[in-house]
Design a protein around this ligand. Structure first.
Ligand code: HEC
Length: 232
């Protein structure tokens, strides 16, 4: 019941945020009210967090120059505020995963502040000197891991450490919540995916394996199941 209200509250907040921005469109002659500029802060942030996909020849439109990024300014603000970009799927704050590309709050504030402040270019002489490296290695599941598919619930017969979790048979736009109930009643939330996009399918590898005692009950709810990877 609690979870339901929480989710509803979330969607509502996102919707009000959207309505607010639809009601206040950005015009090209908006006055510049920010000291943040493309040439200084924003290019560096976009190179680090977005250009891995958003570059010429990449899977999404290029955002590597001011001329390319400026027309997308409003869309950039909306995409990062709703956390659709960078695509990750997992709700922030539940589980800690290797390679999580989610923006930090200061990074998000910086992008939004730049857009709302009129998205100025600044002095091109201040652009980073070297072309950025767009390669990011994906987090891999350790080879030795044992696996267990859970849809519904399962009980651990012995103490185990979860190293990663991956959605299984989750439909487009589906959702999934996975958590562990330890015998002493302690609840560990493992992963929460919302608005799942099949093309972003990936294992979510924990930065630190989650140690669970024997008798822990694993629960997976939502529109699909999950595959859990354990240390041997
Ligand atoms: C893992 C690859 C990837 C990363 C990283 C990424 N994007 Fe995207 N982005 C995409 C793809 C692919 C699309 C095309 C639409 C889709 O499939 O969702 C897209 C679409 C967009 C759009 C257009 C949305 C629309 O209105 O149609 C914007 C704006 C955007 N991204 C901004 C960003 C920003 C800003 C960042 C960094 C903070 C970022 N993206 C990081 C892959 C990525």
């Amino acid at each position: 019941m609690n979870g339901w209200w929480f989710r509803r509250g979330w969607g509502f907040a996102a919707l009000s945020a959207l309505l607010f921005f639809v009601a206040a469109p950005l015009r090209s002659h908006d006055p510049i009210t920010t000291r943040l500029t493309w040439s200084q802060e924003i290019s560096r942030l976009v190179y680090a967090r977005c250009a891995t996909c958003h570059h010429a020849g990449g899977p999404a439109m290029s955002l590597t120059t001011y001329a390319e990024a400026r027309p997308w300014a409003k869309a950039i603000r909306d995409e990062v505020l709703t956390r659709r970009m960078p695509p990750w799927g997992a709700v922030k704050g539940i589980g800690e995963f290797a390679g999580d590309p989610s923006l930090t709050q200061p990074e998000l504030d910086m992008l939004v502040g730049w857009v709302e402040g009129g998205a100025p270019e600044g002095d091109p002489a201040l652009l980073p000197a070297r072309p950025p490296d767009f390669h990011v290695p994906a987090a891999a599941v350790p080879k030795y891991a044992r696996t267990l598919v859970v849809s519904g619930s399962a009980v651990l017969s012995r103490a185990s450490s979860v190293v990663a979790i991956r959605p299984k048979n989750l439909p487009e736009n589906g959702s999934l919540e996975a958590w562990a109930m330890q015998p002493d009643g302690q609840v560990e939330r493992l992963l929460w995916l919302r608005d799942y996009r099949r093309k972003w399918d990936r294992p979510y590898v924990f930065t630190k394996p989650v140690r669970l005692p024997a008798g822990t009950k694993l629960r997976v709810s939502g529109t699909g199941g999950a595959m859990l990877f354990f240390a041997p």
